[in-house]
Design a protein. Sequence first.
Length: 241
Amino acid sequence: MILHGFLGMSDNWKTLGTKYAEKDYQVHLIDQRNHGKSFWSQDFNYDILAKDVVDYMRHNQLDKASIIGHSMGGKTAMQLACSYPEIVDRLIIVDIAPKFYPPHHQNIIDALNALTLDNIDSRSDADSELQKHLSEFGVRQFLLKNLYWAEKGKLNWRFNLKVLSQRMEEVGENIESGAIFQGATLFLKGDRSEYVAASDESSIKNHFPKARIETVANSGHWVHAENPIEFFDKSSVFLNE
């Protein structure tokens, strides 16, 4: 089961999900609440997001699964493993640590809120407007994957921008202080990312005593997108141990 990051969706993992499926895994790409094609809700924190995964697994009669979580999805995966260890086989956390992160996506939220979709007729128009606030092409393309035709002539976002704008503190929140998962755990971080520092190792080991930490070369925070070959190789070796 794969959990995407903040403002992402399951489709971000479609290519890698297919590669895992080719290795005979049953793969579930999950849209977390207020993202992708999942439901919208005012309630949004990691306890609730973890319980959503439990409910999904019960509904689909899945007794146990290996979990991959990136960024916000990594926090969900950590909370899930610590709160419901009996349903988690192996755990892979992608470029996030079990600590509090101050809100740092405000410029993206502000850019999205500045966009008036009623006046937008195409993705290229939306990109032109976003470019006034966001210079990074890759970030804009990542966001624009969420734009869809809600009805003829009406574009909308797949993520719940209103609620996510209000829940920025929750996105950066840590998992519970006493939370521990004793199962096999792999932390994969990008060599150019600042999300997981050397000083985070003790905290990682406190929560995940059996964790090992590996670095993926030539990648930043979006490790799986920037170096998918090495990411897949390292994650596959761990899953198959």
